[in-house]
Ligand binder design. Structure first.
Ligand SMILES: Cc1cc2nc3c(=O)[nH]c(=O)nc-3n(C[C@H](O)[C@H](O)[C@H](O)COP(=O)(O)O)c2cc1C
Length: 185
């Protein structure tokens, strides 16, 4: 089997983030040919400014690093909380930096929202999907999900202990593999 490099991005900067922990749990369920690299630089990115973007602009080191990591990845998994019915500003800021540079164009992306609330952050997920769509990312249906009551579904070590959620994660990973394979052929 071909090796797969998956870049993960958590939309939460919190040290004890359940979204970051969920990405850890997802990685633990992945087949052996998957290598997960976590991007932890959301708080290093400057505020997006179109004057600093584009062909004539030299990107900051942080922006260049984000773009390089995305370019190198076979697929990307984003897991985000919902803040005030939307995507956290730090995550939207990162996505704004790659609209014109195009690293997500034709890239398989899995999008997850996780929340302690019963709706699982569905509005953040819907908003994230709109953004990914305009960026021409490859979003596969079974690779998107919102996870309600997140705190009851993770062990303190970051393992996904809810069987149904773990099954949905396995399906998500399979779907991602298929999308990467389709892109290669
Ligand atoms: C400013 C703020 C706004 C929030 N708004 C929402 C919301 O609109 N919907 C929701 O489901 N949870 C909301 N939450 C709760 C978050 O889902 C919860 O804090 C979650 O644990 C954050 O994810 P994390 O554990 O990965 O940091 C909000 C939390 C904060 C701090």
């Amino acid at each position: 089997m071909n090796t797969r490099t998956i870049l993960t991005l958590s939309g939460s900067l919190r040290k004890q983030s359940s979204n970051s922990l969920f990405l850890h749990g997802l990685a633990a369920l992945a087949p052996g040919n998957f290598t997960f690299i976590n991007y932890a630089g959301l708080d290093t990115l400057p505020h997006f400014n179109p004057d600093l973007d584009g062909d004539d602009a030299i990107p900051s080191a942080a922006v260049a690093d984000l773009r390089a990591k995305l370019k190198h990845a076979d697929a990307v998994v984003i897991c985000t909380p919902e803040y005030a019915n939307g995507v956290p500003g730090v995550l939207k800021n990162a996505l704004d930096w790659i609209v014109s540079s195009g690293e997500l164009m034709n890239k398989p992306v899995a999008a997850i929202s996780a929340s302690p609330n019963p709706l699982g952050g569905d509005k953040a997920l819907a908003s994230l999907l709109l953004t990914l769509t305009i960026m021409s990312a490859v979003i596969v249906d079974s690779a998107t999900m919102s996870v309600p009551f997140i705190r009851s579904k993770l062990s303190t070590e970051g393992m996904i202990i809810d069987l149904q959620t773990a099954e949905a994660c396995r399906l998500l990973l399979q779907t991602l593999e298929q999308a990467i394979h389709t892109k290669e052929t």
